[in-house]
Ligand binder design. Structure first.
Ligand code: B12
Length: 543
C-alpha cells in the first residue's frame, strides 16, 4: 500500500443473508461506491472498496476493519433489505476497533431514514441522495478538519438533535467523473460467474441468447441518476426530486467500449432507474455500439410508455446492438390504481410495450404490484388478468406480481401506516425485509384478500413454468402451464403443483446434473421465485 496517500475505506454490504442459502448475482458490481470514489481517486486518495458479496460477511467485515487501520475515513451504503443489517454489523465492528474513525453512510435507505442511522451513534453524517459531489466535499472537510456543517446534502447529529445542512441540488454528468474501474479487481466477479450459478442465486441477470445453461460474464453499469416519474410507491421522487440526469451517449460509448475491450464482457445490465427517458440518447447508444463494432448483450430498466412510443427504428437498433431483455415497470393492470400511483400511462400501454418487444424477439420482465393502500379486490384481479393475457400473447415475457411493500419517504407510506402497517422499530428490523419476490407476507392484515392471494400464487406457479425467457426449449410442464395461464384454467392446480414439486425434487436427487438443467431453464427473477420456493417453510405448491 502507498504510505503517502490517505486511505478511504468503503464497504458494499451483502445483498443477501448467507444463512438463508442465497447469494446475489455476481454481475452486481458496487457501482454506487465506485461512483463516489471517482473524485477522491482523482484527487490522490487511496480508495479501498470491499464487497461483502464476494465472501462471508465475517470475512468481509474483518477485511474492512483491517483496512481501516490508519485510514482517513470509512463509508458504507445500502438499500432496504439485507444490505441495511449487514452494513450496520460491519460498521459496529469497525467502530469497536477504531472508535475515532469518521464514519459515513449514504444510499437509498439512509436517504429515507437518516435519523435511524444517526441514532445508532455510529455515523458522523448521513449523505442524502446523489453522492458524488457531497462525498468529494466531505472527504475534503474531514481531511482539512473543517466543519461538516458547511457540506451540503448531509444530516448530522448535534446536541441530541438531527440537523440537515443546506440542500444539495442534483447535478448533471458534466460535474461527475467516469467510474474509476481500475480500482476494482474484476477477477472475483468474473471467476464466480464463470464457475456457474448456484440455485440460491437471486437478482441474477437473465441468460442472454446462446447462453442458456452456459456460464457467462456480466457486469452492472449506470448511466443516469434519478427518475422524472412521480410513483407514490417509490423512494425516487423524494430522494431525487423527480430530477433525471444522464450521461451523454458519446461518453457512455467511450466508457463501455473500453470496458468491453478490457474485460471482454458477455452481458451488461444498466441499473438506471429509468433508462429510456431520452429516446435520442438510447438510439445514439445503440447505433454507436453497432458502428463501433462492439457487441455484447445488454439489459435495462424501462418504462412501458417509452417502449410503446419509441420509433420502430429505435427498437430495431436496440435489438441489433444487443439489447435482449428489458425490465418493464408495468406496475398495475388497473387504470384507477395507475392514476393513484401518479403515472400518466394507461394499463393497455403495458401490453403494447410487451408486444413490441416480443415482435423483435426481445424478452421482458414485467413487474406488477398488488395490495397498494386502498386498492380494491377487483383492481388487484385486473392486474393478475393482465399478466395472464400477456402470458397468453408471448412466452418471451415473464409478468411478475409482487405484494406491495411500504417504504418510508414514499407517497403511499403515511396511508400504509394508517391502514395498520407496523414499521420495524430498528435498523436490523428493516434489514430483515425480504425481496418482493421472496415473500408472501402481506405488510398488514387483509392487504391481500384471500381470493387474490390464492389466484396470485397459482398464477405465479404456472407463469414461472410457462415462460421462455432464457430457456432452450419449453417441455411438457411448460406447455401445460402455458395453456393453463392462457385459459385461466386453474382446476386441481394445487394438486398438480404438488406433483410437479415432487417430480422435480426426485429428478434433482436422481440426476446429479439436474440442478444445472433446472437453472438453464430459468433465468432472472424466475430463478429467484424458484429459490424462494426452495426455502424451508416456503412451500412450492400453492398453499
Ligand atoms: C438498480 C436497483 C436495484 C438493483 C441493485 C440494488 C443495489 N443494492 O445496488 C437490484 C435489482 C439488485 C435491486 C434490488 C432491490 N431493490 Co432496488 N433499485 C434499483 C434502482 C432502480 C437503482 C439504484 C441504483 O443502483 N442506482 C445506481 C447507483 C450507482 O446509485 P445509488 O445506489 O443511488 O448511489 C448513489 C447515491 O445513493 C449515493 N450513495 C450511495 N451510497 C453512498 C454511500 C456514501 C458514503 C455516500 C456519501 C453516498 C452514497 O451516491 C451514489 C452516486 O450518486 C432503484 C431506484 C428506483 N427508482 O427504482 C431501486 C431501489 C433502490 N430499490 C429498492 C428496493 C426496495 C429493492 C428491493 C428490496 C426490491 C425487491 N426486489 O424486493 C431489492 C433489495 C436489494 C438489496 N437489499 O440490495 C428501493 C429502495 C428503497 C429504499 N429506500 O431503500 C428503490 C429506491 C426503488 C423503490 N421502490 O423505491 N434494486
Amino acid at each position: 500500500m502507498n504510505q503517502h496517500r490517505k486511505r478511504i475505506v468503503l464497504y458494499y454490504p451483502r445483498q443477501t443473508d448467507e444463512r438463508s442459502g442465497t447469494s446475489a448475482g455476481m454481475d452486481l458490481l458496487p457501482v454506487a461506491l465506485l461512483s463516489i470514489a471517482a473524485w477522491p481517486v482523482r484527487e490522490g486518495y487511496e480508495v479501498v472498496i470491499i464487497d461483502g458479496n464476494l465472501s462471508s460477511a465475517d470475512e468481509a467485515h474483518r477485511r474492512v476493519t483491517e483496512a481501516c487501520e490508519g485510514a482517513l475515513l470509512y463509508g458504507t451504503t445500502g438499500t432496504l433489505g439485507h444490505q441495511v443489517s449487514d452494513g450496520l454489523e460491519c460498521t459496529r465492528r469497525v467502530k469497536a476497533r477504531h472508535p475515532e474513525l469518521p464514519a459515513f453512510i449514504g444510499g437509498w435507505f439512509a436517504s429515507v431514514m437518516p435519523e435511524l442511522q444517526l441514532a445508532t451513534g455510529l455515523y458522523d453524517a448521513v449523505c442524502l441522495g446523489q453522492g458524488e459531489v457531497t462525498f468529494r466535499e466531505l472527504v475534503q472537510a474531514v481531511d482539512a478538519g473543517t466543519s461538516l456543517e458547511d457540506v451540503a446534502g448531509l444530516v448530522l447529529s448535534r446536541d441530541g438533535r438531527f440537523v440537515r445542512t443546506r440542500p444539495r441540488a442534483v447535478v448533471g454528468w458534466e460535474e461527475l467523473l467516469t467510474c474509476p474501474w481500475g480500482i476494482l479487481d474484476i477477477e472475483p466477479y468474473r471467476t464466480a460467474q464463470l464457475a456457474g450459478r448456484g440455485p440460491g442465486e437471486v437478482e441474477r441477470l437473465p441468460a442472454p441468447p446462446g447462453f442458456a445453461g452456459k456460464p457467462f460474464f456480466g457486469i452492472s453499469y449506470f448511466s443516469s441518476f434519478g427518475c422524472p416519474e412521480p410513483c407514490a410507491f417509490c423512494s425516487a421522487p423524494g430522494v431525487s426530486s423527480r430530477r433525471w440526469k444522464a450521461m451523454s451517449a458519446e461518453r457512455m460509448l467511450d466508457d463501455l467500449c473500453q470496458l468491453h475491450e478490457r474485460w471482454g464482457l458477455d452481458a451488461l445490465r444498466f441499473f438506471d432507474a429509468n433508462f429510456g427517458v431520452s429516446q435520442k440518447r438510447v438510439k445514439a447508444l445503440a447505433e454507436g455500439l453497432i458502428e463501433r463494432g462492439h457487441h455484447f448483450w445488454w439489459y435495462a430498466l424501462m418504462q412501458t410508455d417509452h417502449v410503446a412510443k419509441y420509433e420502430p427504428a429505435t427498437l430495431d437498433a436496440m435489438r441489433d446492438s444487443g439489447m435482449y431483455c428489458v425490465q418493464l415497470g408495468t406496475e398495475t393492470g388497473d387504470a384507477g390504481v395507475m392514476s393513484a400511483i401518479g403515472k400518466q400511462c394507461a394499463p393497455e400501454v403495458n401490453e403494447r410495450a410487451v408486444r413490441r418487444l416480443a415482435q423483435r424477439g426481445i424478452c421482458s420482465l414485467a413487474t406488477y404490484v398488488i395490495g397498494f393502500p386502498d386498492e380494491s379486490e377487483q383492481a388487484m384481479m385486473r392486474t393478475v388478468e393482465q399478466c395472464e393475457r400477456i402470458a397468453s400473447v408471448t412466452p418471451l415475457c415473464r409478468a411478475m406480481v409482487w405484494p406491495f411493500r411500504p417504504i418510508p419517504g414514499t407517497g403511499m407510506y403515511p396511508r400504509s401506516l394508517e391502514l395498520g402497517f407496523e414499521p420495524p422499530p430498528t435498523l436490523a428490523g428493516w434489514g430483515e425485509a425480504d425481496s418482493y419476490h421472496l415473500t408472501d407476507q402481506s405488510p398488514w392484515p387483509g392487504q391481500l384478500p384471500p381470493r387474490v392471494a390464492e389466484r396470485r400464487k397459482v398464477y405465479e406457479h404456472f407463469a414461472g413454468l410457462a415462460v421462455g425467457v432464457g430457456k432452450r426449449r419449453i417441455g411438457f410442464w411448460g406447455r401445460r402451464a402455458q395453456r393453463r395461464v392462457r385459459e385461466q384454467d386453474y382446476r386441481h392446480a394445487r394438486l398438480e403443483a404438488r406433483v410437479y414439486t415432487v417430480l422435480d425434487a426426485v429428478a434433482r436427487r436422481v440426476l446429479p446434473t439436474a440442478p444445472d438443467r433446472r437453472i438453464a431453464r430459468l433465468s432472472g427473477y424466475q430463478t429467484s421465485v424458484l429459490a424462494a420456493r426452495d426455502r424451508p417453510g416456503a412451500g412450492s405448491a400453492p398453499a
